[in-house]
Design a binder for this molecule. Structure first.
Ligand code: 5AD
Ligand code: SF4
Length: 483
């Protein structure tokens, strides 16, 4: 799964979207000195981009209720942790946060809530483990968040939203987007696949797609607000099924969103190989706004393990999808997710994963040691590969991939790319840009270049990023749309 390079505070134009406090006075609290002040909240997010975007929507819902966001939990009346339980370590993080919190804040009047995957999986058990928590809500219940917060405000001590039986998507009037350049936009929630190792179907509920008219309206609004890059999100984004009369297929939706005037970059993640069709490749190659990057998690290169993982495709079928991508008129970068040490994985199975890396030559991989999760089908099997051996395999895998990336990146020396400048590192005097293929390029720059599109020529490369120089400013007038 991708990690965002930068987290940036809301743009001024976005602030204008927050509901005006005129006419509807914000909720106010009275301090011990009798001075009224606005209610404040703080959200900390763990995990994937879906969680990041869920937090943006929950923040929007709270702002719409008159709450005011703060950046330090010390200043907040309402503290929320949006949690991840995809691997055990991620799930433990929230309890360590809550533990530290108990020490710091015993006897205080703050409201503490747990959202997301741990909330859904642990449910009311969280109240026993962390009695300072009074709100537990899984993502399938976020559409009820306003009512649930009303109940907390009315003085209820333990409020939960834990039902998974929903056909609704979480829609908010206000979304407090954190990244000023890339707007996340959920098109499908939940997951109907049943990968043996994965908690997501249990924590996020069944698959439900948003109607394409609502997606297109939100995308147009985002472009009007000034976003030039949108990333469509879903656990299995390409399993999208339009419930509106237009009945757009996923590739049709990509083409419609990608054609919105003013949009320069459209990304989508995460695609499931079984639902990955040649039409998706045709759409990407035909419209330059669709970024030349496909994230296609393979998980493992051995058919025996893929079957045990219930991944619904074979190595050969996966490689066919890759050759379809490689055969496209426009070169596309490909990234993947890999799990090592799944139950019963032999040395031979693992060699299959290594040979797959050699065969595909991914541009980037995200690799993990298998972590047994409660409630999953694999959670009942013996976790047969010892931790040490998982670590050994992960190191070998990452080293193999490092060499592939280094070789591929070095071959880009001399090439010129349009980048969106996402950050500036003052200590190094370097701007950090991202290509449409999702590569990071560092180049000498200025603080006020952030947010601009620039052309950069690659002069050298490491395994994880490129080093470049900005080329003739005159060339920068070309927009991706016009190419
Ligand atoms: N153990 C290790 N990695 C996991 N992933 C999902 N579940 C597990 C697990 N139980 C990885 C997969 C997925 C990515 C988001 O996290 O590779 O694609
Ligand atoms: Fe988990 Fe598989 Fe669904 Fe991805 S497709 S979210 S790995 S169950």
């Amino acid at each position: 799964m991708e990690n965002d390079l930068v987290q940036i505070s809301p743009r001024p134009s976005e602030q204008a979207l927050l509901p005006s406090t005129e006419g509807s006075p914000p909720i106010r609290l009275t301090t011990p000195h009798g001075v009224a002040r606005r209610k404040t909240f703080y959200i900390e997010t763990f995990g994937c981009q879906m969680n990041v975007h869920d937090s943006e929507k929950v923040s929007g819902a709270l702002v719409a209720k008159g709450y005011h966001p703060v950046t330090h939990h010390e200043d907040a009346d309402f503290i929320l942790y949006n949690t991840c339980s995809i691997r055990e370590k991620a799930a433990q993080k929230v309890f360590s946060r809550l533990g530290a919190f108990k020490k710091n804040y015993s006897g205080n009047t703050k409201i503490i809530g747990v959202l997301g995957c741990v909330a859904q999986q642990e449910g009311e058990r969280i109240f026993e483990r962390a009695p300072q928590v009074s709100f537990v809500c899984g993502s399938a219940s976020y559409s009820k968040i306003s009512e649930l917060v009303d109940r907390l405000e009315a003085g209820e001590h333990r409020v939960t939203g834990l039902s998974l039986e929903t056909d609704e998507c979480f829609e908010t009037e206000v979304t407090r987007r954190d990244n000023p350049f890339r707007a996340y936009l959920t098109i499908i929630e939940g997951c109907d696949k049943a990968c043996a190792y994965c908690v997501v179907p249990m924590t996020r509920g069944p698959e439900r797609s948003r109607p394409s008219d609502a997606i297109l309206a939100e995308a147009r609004r985002l472009v009007d607000e000034g976003y030039t890059e949108i990333q469509l999100l879903g656990q299995t984004v390409n399993s999208y099924r339009d419930s509106s009369p237009a009945r757009l297929s996923f590739p049709e939706l990509l083409l419609r969103v990608g054609a919105i005037p003013g949009l320069r970059r459209l990304r989508f993640t995460t695609s499931h190989p079984s639902d990955f069709t040649p039409e998706i490749v045709r759409a990407v190659e035909s419209l330059p706004t669709l970024c030349d990057h496909i994230h296609l998690p393979v998980q493992c290169g051995s058919n025996r393990v893929l079957a045990r993982m219930k991944r619904t495709y074979t190595r050969e079928e996966y490689l066919e999808k890759i050759s379809c991508i490689r055969g496209a008129k426009r070169a596309m970068s490909v990234s993947t997710d890999v799990i090592v040490g799944f139950c019963g994985e032999t040395e031979e199975d693992f060699s299959g994963t290594l040979s797959l890396l050699d065969e595909v030559e991914y541009d980037q991989i995200f690799s993990f040691k298998y972590s047994p999760r409660p409630g999953t089908t694999a959670g009942k099997l013996e976790d047969s590969v010892p931790e040490e051996e998982k670590g050994r395999r992960l190191t070998i895998l990452q080293e193999r991939q490092r060499q592939i990336q280094l070789r591929k990146n070095q071959a880009l020396a001399g090439r010129e790319f349009e980048v969106l400048v996402e950050a500036f590192q003052p200590r190094l005097g370097q701007s950090v840009g991202r290509t449409t293929s999702n590569r990071v390029i560092n180049f000498p720059g200025e603080p006020d270049w952030v947010g601009r599109y620039m052309n950069v020529r690659v002069i050298s490369a490491g395994p994880n990023s490129l080093v470049g120089v900005r080329t003739e400013p005159g060339l920068e007038r070309r927009s991706t749309n016009a190419e």
